[in-house]
Design a protein around this ligand. Structure first.
Ligand SMILES: [Zn+2]
Length: 330
């Protein structure tokens, strides 16, 4: 699968593909779409696939999400996996290798928030970050905005207002909330991300949540890793165990695909103010379910965008297979 030819990451591309799926009568009984509208008018979608003829109460329920606009490979992977679940084909029309999709649809509710911040994504200067066009220092000024004095990356904020802050440019990680307010999506319940999560959570509830991210892995020997929750060591033992088992399985599949993932997954290491943001926002969900985060290298020639998307797709499929009790011996 050449993802670059089917790189569905921009809001207009995602909307067009959702419309296409909705128009196909074959999808009527397996596709469910929810959305919230951002301040700027763009819609963030929750795309759920399951066999609707079978009641969902006994199904395994898994949520996939991509909160960050500067991390498009997770979006692209979500869109391709959804297409495989619906049509048994990749977006390029080639045969999917997905295992027993009818069994998956009968037994699982799979929800995808492929792009939680179309506002930010629509402001991205490029469709993907391959490390050939911008240095990481430049990339970070697009991500968080440019500091008027240092001309480097501006600061990381939860919710902030242009009435009090004056970055030279506004980073694409932020979502505009009002005439003057901005927010990093996974830091605040007013974001489209959390508003959408609440809607689909109330509808389906989830037993597992895979958050798809990317980071730069500067001066690292690794190009992928799984991060366990910041509260991992405070969780009930069975959830801690499930998180570790899940992380190890994805790492194993990444290694088979030729990536160099960090072998041992660790809890998110943020402390102080950054740590508090996460503890505050995630506390509501963390004790209830198993949740882990992927990080795939971004903006580096070592990890081509095709491989970025492939690694995210492997993480998604591995999560589904683990839930279904499949083992993939390839
Ligand atoms: Zn991220």
């Amino acid at each position: 699968m050449n993802y670059l030819n089917h790189w569905l990451a921009r809001p207009y591309q995602i909307e067009r593909q959702i419309n296409k799926w909705q128009k196909d009568k074959n999808n009527k009984d397996i596709l469910d779409i929810d959305f919230v509208t951002q301040y700027v008018g763009l819609k963030a979608y929750g795309i759920t696939v399951t066999n609707k003829a079978i009641p969902s109460d006994k199904k395994k329920k898994l949520l996939f999400s991509v909160p960050h606009a500067h991390e498009p490979a997770g979006t692209v992977a979500c869109m391709n996996v959804i297409n495989q679940l619906l049509t048994d084909q990749n977006l390029d029309g080639s045969q999917s290798d997905i295992l027993d999709r009818h069994n998956i649809l009968d037994n699982c509710v799979l929800s995808f928030i492929a792009d939680a911040n179309p506002d930010g994504r629509s402001r991205s200067p490029v469709d993907f970050w391959d490390g050939t066009k911008y240095t990481n220092d430049e990339f970070w000024t697009f991500m968080r905005g440019r500091d008027p004095e240092t001309k480097k990356m501006w600061k990381r904020m939860g919710r902030w207002s242009i009435r009090n802050e004056t970055p030279e440019t506004i980073g694409i990680v932020y979502e505009q909330l009002s005439a003057h307010e901005y927010v990093e999506p996974n830091r605040d319940f007013e974001s489209a991300f959390f508003r959408l999560v609440k809607i689909i959570w109330n509808k389906y509830g989830y037993g597992r949540w895979l958050d798809l991210h990317q980071t730069e892995f500067e001066n690292s020997k690794y190009n992928a890793m799984i991060i366990l929750p910041i509260v991992q060591n405070e969780l009930p033992e069975h959830i801690q165990k499930a998180n570790v088992e899940w992380a190890n399985e994805i790492v194993k599949q990444w290694q088979k695909a030729g990536a160099e993932p960090m072998p041992e997954s660790k809890p998110l290491g943020y402390t102080g103010e950054q740590g508090e943001y996460f503890r505050k926002t995630w506390r509501e969900f963390m004790p209830m379910i198993s949740e882990i985060t992927t990080e795939v290298q971004n903006n580096n020639t070592r990890t081509h965008p095709n491989f970025q998307a492939e690694l995210q797709e492997i993480a998604i499929k591995t999560s589904i297979y683990l839930l279904m009790g499949y083992t993939k011996n390839t």
